[in-house]
Design a binder for this molecule. Structure first.
Ligand code: ADP
Ligand code: MG
Length: 227
């Protein structure tokens, strides 16, 4: 097994002076390629902060992060954007689909800043939608499909470039139990196909899909003891 993520002493403070909030405190851990890790913890415990730092979107106040052997915050901003495009897929709770673009166009969005030909982009979007079972919805608008389907489109968009690492922040937070089950099965499948998955969740049932669970409290992180 190769190490995919290596975090050392990662800390994040927001604000300054008396108003400093320590959102993440000295987080150190490694994650191997092919793992499925869930991250649990109360609201405000630092889960989204950790995920955004791992995704190269939020500079830590202290500490270092390597993903795939790359010193993420040693990169300049343009190189970091390239790194994100190549290595990462993101899924959020609120889907963030663009309402005036079709499903296919939404899925192609991460490719917009690449040199990939338009026709190839469409083929990649079709394939990604195939992975989530929504190929036939490619020309619909977001408001013409269900909430569960929208979240699956968000997953398709996150994996359209076939990234080695998928970061999901409460991907089932707004879904009923049937749609939650579908999205979780989907994430499990992607993981079984080789993608490393890190998922924030409030649900024990969702966390059970993962191989390991990280618990966060007040910015501090601890691995749940293996059963
Ligand atoms: P979680 O995702 O577990 O709910 P967050 O990472 O969003 O936690 O937040 C951790 C702490 O950092 C909270 O106290 C939150 O209010 C604070 N925080 C998060 N983002 C910011 C920000 N951009 N500016 C200031 N404080 C923030
Ligand atoms: Mg959060």
């Amino acid at each position: 097994m190769n190490t995919l993520i290596k975090a050392e002493g990662l800390s994040k403070e927001y604000g300054s002076g008396d108003a400093v909030v320590t959102a993440l405190s000295e987080a150190g851990f490694t994650i191997e390629e092919g793992e499925f890790v869930s991250i649990m913890g109360e609201s405000g415990s630092g889960k989204s902060t950790l995920l955004s730092i791992l995704g190269g979107l939020n500079s830590p106040t202290r500490g270092s992060l390597e993903v795939g052997g790359i010193d993420v915050y040693g990169l300049g901003s343009e190189q970091r954007a390239d790194f994100r495009r190549e290595f990462l897929g993101f899924v959020f709770q609120n889907f963030n689909l663009v309402e005036y673009l079709t499903i296919g166009e939404n899925v192609m969005l991460p490719l917009a800043t690449t040199r990939i030909a338009q026709r190839t982009q469409r083929e990649m979007a079709t394939r990604a939608l195939g992975r989530v079972g929504l190929e036939d919805k490619i020309d619909r608008l977001p408001n013409q499909i269900s909430g569960g389907e929208q979240e699956r489109v968000a997953v398709a968009r996150a994996v359209v470039n076939d990234p080695p690492l998928l970061l999901a922040d409460e991907p089932t937070g707004n879904l009923d139990s049937r749609n939650t089950g579908e999205v979780m099965k989907l994430l499990k499948e992607l993981n079984e196909q080789g993608m490393t998955v890190l998922m924030v969740t409030h649900s024990e049932a969702c966390a059970a899909y993962a191989n390991r669970t990280m618990n966060m409290a007040d910015g501090a992180l601890a691995w749940a003891s293996p059963e």
